[in-house]
Design a protein around this ligand. Structure first.
Ligand code: XUL
Ligand code: CO
Length: 449
């Protein structure tokens, strides 16, 4: 029996299961570094990395951009007579692709899976027809749902926002969509539910009541949480920060902003962060910075794995290729204890001119290999001990005596000042940060030495 799913029609008929062939392989359709069963530390590679495929980019996007029409003529869309039939074919193609690639998870928006109907009731009916099918296909393909979400940004009704829309009627329609998307996520055994605030921001302050919009966003998120918990959802809620695009300014600007927002509105018990590499870059941060910031607040959740183009100011959503970046990202993730409900979701798309049927596979294989190498290097950083050991030692003056008292909040400013005055200037503070030394060590790990 084949170890992948094929529906009535085989969409990727020239491709079978993608296998690990090792670094010497010249087969573009094989993993060079991602060896799912290989043990890294205490866990298998696949359990560290928990790869997910983004339904929207891989099976819905067609290569169109603001300057030109579609270039990806997906066979699963052009051979269908109705939008519902197209959605069924697309689902067959999706589960065939995901299981041939050997990714364990996928993520979807409601509108990726099912077309919008003429009324909210019809949209919900469409969604649940496809959800029933997805439930069967998940089983047949051996694929699980990492997280679900609702698309509250594509339809013109959301041009002024969804939960933050100045019109109550739109907020209510957003609720109808989110309620159905939560129900769908629960039905499919989803381990998380994501809110990316697509148009939850403003285009201009001159027509915006910022406080009201932020209050409404928090109110809406709290209602969604309460509903999902009442329905028995035990998974994580994620907020995915992004500073801008499509809005001029998005309220979920970056991780630090979201942490402040969640704590301000008392949402930090249920919501965590879904960090996207390209969004980090747009906010002027390193990917690892966002991960470490979330982890430091105990709010790290999941990852949208991709990369930006540093010389472009928009979300290019390219597949990750930098070992340096994935090494530092995986180091941050391992330090945070690894994924629990989260995973690495390839929120990435092949380029407009990548039109060969194999390109979608090759892109994901490259992304998975890049993270597998990142994981290996991160594990080397940890087991090598020099870098974590250096950091530990750097703060060792807080381990005992007055330093420990300060750490525990047992000193007043008066007492602290007296300690400083008594000790005098001496050589205090003149200790090397050893940045270049540590960077050189990291480069040695990068080459496996
Ligand atoms: C957009 C983005 C979304 C979210 C899901 O920039 O990242 O695809 O991940 O809505
Ligand atoms: Co994303």
């Amino acid at each position: 029996m084949a170890d992948y799913y094929v529906g009535k029609k085989e969409y990727f008929s020239k491709i079978t299961k993608i296998k690990y062939e090792g670094p010497k392989s010249d087969n573009p359709l094989a993993f060079k570094y991602y060896d799912p069963e290989k043990k890294i530390g205490k866990k298998k590679m696949k359990d560290h990395l928990r790869f997910a495929i983004a339904y929207w980019h891989s099976f819905c996007a067609d290569g169109a951009d603001p300057f030109g029409s579609a270039t990806h003529a997906h066979p699963w869309i052009i051979d269908a007579k109705t939008p519902m039939e197209a959605a069924e074919h697309k689902m067959d193609a999706a589960f065939e692709f995901i299981s041939k690639l050997g990714a364990e998870f996928y993520c979807f928006h409601d509108r990726d899976m099912a077309p919008e109907g003429a009324s909210p009731a019809e949209s919900e009916k469409n969604l649940f027809t496809l959800v029933a099918r997805a439930k069967k296909l998940q089983k047949a393909a051996g694929v699980k749902l990492l997280w679900g979400t609702a698309n509250l940004f594509s339809h013109p009704r959301f041009m002024n926002g969804a939960a933050t829309n100045p019109e109550f009627g739109v907020v209510a329609l957003a609720a109808a969509q989110v309620k159905a998307a939560i129900d769908a996520t629960i039905e499919l055994g989803g381990q998380g539910y994501t809110f990316w605030g697509g148009r939850e921001g403003y285009m201009s302050l001159i027509n915006t009541d910022l406080k009201k919009e932020k209050d409404h966003l928090a109110r809406f998120l709290g209602m969604a949480r309460d509903y999902a918990r009442k329905q028995g959802f035990k998974g994580a809620f994620y907020i995915e920060p992004k500073p801008m695009e499509p809005s001029k300014h998005q309220y979920d600007y970056d991780t630090e902003t979201v942490i402040g927002f969640l704590r301000h509105y008392g949402l930090d018990k249920d919501f965590r962060l879904n960090i996207e590499a390209n969004h980090a870059e747009l906010a002027g941060h390193d990917f690892a910075h966002e991960l470490e910031t979330a982890a430091a607040a105990g709010l790290f959740g999941s990852v949208d794995a991709n990369r930006g183009e540093p010389r472009n100011g928009w979300d290019t959503d390219q597949f990750p290729t930098s070992y340096y970046e994935t090494a530092l990202a995986m180091y941050a993730i391992l330090k945070a204890g690894g994924f629990t409900t989260g995973g690495l979701n390839f929120d990435a798309k092949i380029r407009r001119n990548s039109v060969d049927p194999t390109d979608l596979f090759i892109a994901h294989i490259g992304g998975m290999d890049t993270f597998a190498v990142g994981l290996e290097i991160a594990q080397r950083i940890i087991s090598g001990g020099v870098i974590p050991g250096f950091v530990k030692k750097r703060y060792s003056s807080f381990n005992s005596g007055d330093g420990a008292k300060f750490d525990k909040g047992e000193l007043t400013l008066d007492q602290l000042a007296r300690i400083g005055t008594a000790a005098g200037y001496g050589k205090a503070g003149l200790t090397s940060g050893k940045q270049e030394y540590l960077e050189n060590i990291l480069n040695q790990y990068l080459l496996g030495l």
